[in-house]
Design a protein around this ligand. Structure first.
Ligand code: KIV
Ligand code: ZN
Length: 539
């Protein structure tokens, strides 16, 4: 069977950007458009030129500067909109005009309420048919690639939907989009629309049928796939599923569903799937919309296994609990996350990968200590395991340092300054230091370093909000390194500067605990540290 190509119409920069709070600047849009070209989407909908000068510029520059995909501009079925789209696309190489009008009774009644559009619903429908005819013909004088969308098709009476599509095809449209604008349909209904349209519309086999689904009921991807099964050969979607209200169908989920289940669909896409995760991150950074860890395909947990049975399974054979390879979507392979649900296989495999081989006589003891630690911590990190295997009973909170006082002075026009009082348990002394920095966190970290007299590298600093509203806490995760070994500190506090300081002191305590133990002889303890081991411990 020769697989049919499903065209990927990417609308992050148009419908995606309509998500409240997601607006992107021109530089970000161009960067994303280049990334979408590398991802090999077929069409980039770059914006809605008539709606603002910024949208116009985005379409114009993307059409000019981005090679590969067709660049589409959105326009209502109105002459001025199509003129604006035409002008924005003027210097583009491969261009499309995408014109749309609301077709459901609800849209007709609301948008065409004035009597000049006709007095009855029937009159208003006639008016819309004429608009569609005129607009599509106008668009065809500019480019031979013209898409027509019957907005709110999901709630449009089937007879009028067939009429309007007939008119658009007759006028020269080459792609017909049947959007579920309000995310109202369920997959069976949405598929039935395509079936009826294919049966009743004239010359339907001469156009590409397209799905465009919103996620108000969480069905955007399911509906899109139902549309493909019913004959659609273009999918309109966005990276991370961002878009109006609950969003659009997510590109990465649709592409991987078509990829993983290609036998079932009998279709293929041209997408470079290994770029899905980096593209998702780029869009998340540009919009400020974080990707939930459990997000399908691109979430940080999408290929992580914590439960013991799952870890055992994937360590033996990935297919037991994975239907696609992490590498195929640009994620790191085989993420075994150690926590309270993990078992022996996960633990000893991870220790093996860290170069720590645990002798048979010590395994049960190390495992029991791991279980007790995992009960106390959300996730057990590598440094915890190192401490545990060294016989520290996972006592990762050994407080070499304690922060007894923190004050920060910063504000407009002031150089941020921090003062800390750090207690050293080894000498039972405290050290007070003051430092300035580019920002308050830099000042705090400098003051703590001075008070601790410690030299190490800062690898990363991340902050996220936990909870909502005024009670939300800042959770800070900080990674420091010494000679290539990483030490992590995590702390939560309603005061994010306090959380930043606490996380840093915790990481320093990890480092001190490691320094204190690094001279120990593991072999005599039944534990052997052998760097370069391929791990693969089993039991
Ligand atoms: O959701 C919708 O109907 C749209 C159209 C403009 C295609 O975004
Ligand atoms: Zn939409």
């Amino acid at each position: 069977m020769v697989a049919d190509q499903v065209l990927i119409f990417e609308t992050t920069l148009r419908d995606g950007e309509q998500a409240p709070g997601a607006s992107m600047n021109i530089g970000e849009k161009i960067r994303i458009a280049h990334q979408l070209a590398k991802l090999k989407v077929d069409i980039i909908e770059a914006g809605f030129p008539v709606s603002s000068p910024a949208q116009f510029e985005a379409v114009q520059r993307i059409a000019q500067e981005v090679d590969g995909p067709v660049v589409a501009a959105l326009a209502r079925t109105v002459e001025a909109d199509i003129d604006a789209a035409a002008e924005a696309l003027l210097t583009g190489k491969k261009t499309r005009i995408h014109t749309f009008v609301g077709t459901s009774d609800i849209h007709l009644a609301a948008k065409f309420s004035d009597d000049r559009y006709g007095r009855t619903l029937g009159d208003k429908r006639e008016f819309v048919l004429e608009m569609v005819d005129r607009a599509v013909r106008q668009a065809c004088t500019i480019t031979e690639d013209v898409e027509f969308s019957a907005e709110d098709a999901g709630r449009t009476g089937i007879d009028f939907l067939v009429n309007v599509i007939d008119v658009a095809i007759q006028a020269g449209a080459t792609t017909i989009n049947i959007p579920d604008t309000t995310g109202y349909c369920i997959p069976r209904e949405y598929a039935a629309l395509f079936k009826t349209v294919r049966e009743r519309c004239k010359n339907i086999d001469q156009v590409v049928l397209s799905v465009h689904c919103h996620d108000d009921l969480g069905l955007a991807v399911a509906n899109s796939l139902a549309g493909v099964l019913a004959g659609a050969r273009q999918v309109e979607c966005t990276i991370n599923g961002i878009g109006e209200r609950a969003g659009n169908a997510s590109l990465e989920e649709i592409v991987m569903a078509l990829h993983v289940r290609s036998q079932l669909f009998g279709t293929k896409t041209g997408i470079e799937t290994q770029l899905l995760t980096s593209t998702s991150k780029m869009v998340s950074t540009a919009t400020g919309f974080s990707v939930p860890p459990n997000k399908a395909v691109v979430g940080s947990n999408a290929f992580s296994h914590e439960a013991g049975i799952h870890q055992h399974g994937v360590l033996k054979s990935r297919e037991t609990y994975e239907i696609m390879r992490a590498e195929d979507v640009g994620q790191a392979p085989e993420a075994i996350r150690l926590g309270r649900h993990s078992g022996r296989h996960g633990l000893f495999s991870r220790l093996g990968k860290l170069g720590i081989l645990v002798g048979a006589e010590r395994k049960e003891q190390v495992y029991q200590e791991f279980v007790s630690l995992a009960d106390r911590k959300k996730e057990v990190f590598d440094e915890d395991l190192i401490a545990l295997a060294q016989g520290k009973k996972g006592d990762v909170t050994t407080a070499h340092y304690r922060l007894n006082h923190l004050s920060v002075n910063c504000g407009t026009g002031r150089v941020p300054r921090a003062e800390v009082l750090l207690y050293h348990s080894s000498s039972d002394t405290s050290c007070r230091k003051t430092a300035e920095g580019d920002g308050p966190v830099a000042a705090i970290y400098k003051a703590i370093d001075m008070a601790a007299g410690s030299r190490h590298g800062l690898v990363s600093y991340a902050i996220r909000s936990v909870g909502e509203g005024k009670d939300a806490m800042g959770e800070v995760t900080v990674l420091i390194s010494e000679h290539g070994t990483l030490f992590r500190g995590i702390a939560r506090h309603t005061d994010v500067l306090q959380a930043s300081a606490n996380a840093y002191v915790q990481a320093l305590n990890q480092l001190e605990a490691f320094r204190a133990s690094s001279g120990e002889e593991f072999v005599s303890d039944g534990i052997m540290q052998s760097f370069g081991s391929d791990g693969g411990q089993d039991q």
